[in-house]
Design a binder for this molecule. Structure first.
Ligand code: C2E
Ligand code: MG
Ligand code: MG
Ligand code: MG
Length: 273
């Protein structure tokens, strides 16, 4: 089948491409409906403080319970939500739900929320976070926002202003997936971050790869030189935990300590401890 494609004449489409476009439209439509139909849920994964020897914070992770496709993971729908702008209302739902849960169900713990790079291309982020804090009455010091390094690529100057605005609210800022983006020393110096989360790909090589060990040890040292708190992501084995303790990593997160789980399960686990 051929279709006209403007001045270049004819472009050949495959049925596959048409099908993909149709699928994408369907998905976009069901993504919009999902918010109204209350199909999203948050699961929480504990972050473990190595010195205190206990869970001090949890990360909110988004899940979509699709009526036809079942459980969908963020990688399966966040990119489309970002492309279509739906991410803004979706992220509002996440912020409000996480702040409310933290205020009413998770006393004494901080909660962190993942913020998409796309949200730094709009001016509304500071106001949206302020609204979620006000509505929930959560102490801003208990809210942390995780952003990846590429959040600042689009416009470093306006990203810096947004981050300063967020800091002025009293929330903490963490760099997510640290080491996988385009960060440099100036990045750590110029932006008002409170902590970094080392990407799980580095931890995965520990303790058998000498190279991975060195990189992690040095990244922890680098973070400390900038007075940042360091969380290691993706900790799956006791050996990795031991090693990270030796390198004086502040916090760990991963399947070894706990998988992400629904609020009720998390509360039951906390009570048991
Ligand atoms: P992330 O923020 O880096 O979150 C950590 C991911 O690693 C989560 O995947 C978590 O389930 C997984 N994980 C935790 N411990 C381990 C471990 O020991 N081993 C391994 N292999 N994986 C572990 P998940 O929940 O599928 O989320 C994937 C990504 O989707 C997140 O990466 C985050 O970037 C994004 N995301 C999740 N929730 C939201 C949200 O509410 N808003 C936005 N904008 N992005 C979100
Ligand atoms: Mg994260
Ligand atoms: Mg991430
Ligand atoms: Mg990460």
């Amino acid at each position: 089948k051929a279709k006209s494609a403007g001045r270049n004449g004819w472009v050949f489409y495959s049925a596959d491409m048409e099908e993909q476009i149709v699928q994408r439209r369907e998905m976009e439509k069901s993504l919009r409906e999902a918010l109204k139909e209350d199909q999203f849920r948050l699961v929480y994964q504990p972050r473990y403080d190595m010195k205190a020897g206990r869970v001090v914070a949890v990360e909110a992770l988004l899940r979509w319970h699709h009526p036809l496709h079942g459980l969908l993971m963020p990688d399966q729908f966040i990119p489309l939500a970002e492309e279509t702008g739906i991410i803004i209302s979706l992220s509002d739902w996440v912020l409000n739900t996480a702040c409310r849960d933290a205020q009413h169900e998770l006393q004494g713990m901080s909660v962190s929320v993942n913020i998409s790079a796309v949200e730094f291309q709009t001016s509304g982020l500071v106001g949206r976070v302020r609204d979620a804090l006000r509505a929930s009455k959560l102490d801003p010091a208990r809210l942390e926002l995780e952003v990846t390094e590429n959040a600042t690529l689009w416009n470093p100057q306006s990203s810096l202003e947004i981050m300063n605005g967020l800091k002025a609210l009293g929330v903490r800022l963490l760099i997510d997936d640290f080491g996988t983006g385009y960060s440099s020393l100036s990045y750590l110096r110029n932006f008002p971050f409170d902590g970094i989360k080392l990407d799980k790909s580095f931890v995965a090589g520990m303790p058998h790869s000498e190279n991975a060990n060195n990189i992690v040890e040095n990244m922890i040292g680098l973070g400390k030189a900038f007075s940042l708190s360091i969380t290691a992501e993706g900790v799956e084995t006791p050996e990795q935990l031991e090693q990270l303790k030796m390198y004086q990593c502040d916090e760990t997160q991963g399947y070894l300590i706990s998988r992400p789980m629904p609020l009720e399960e998390l509360k039951a686990q906390i009570e048991k401890r």
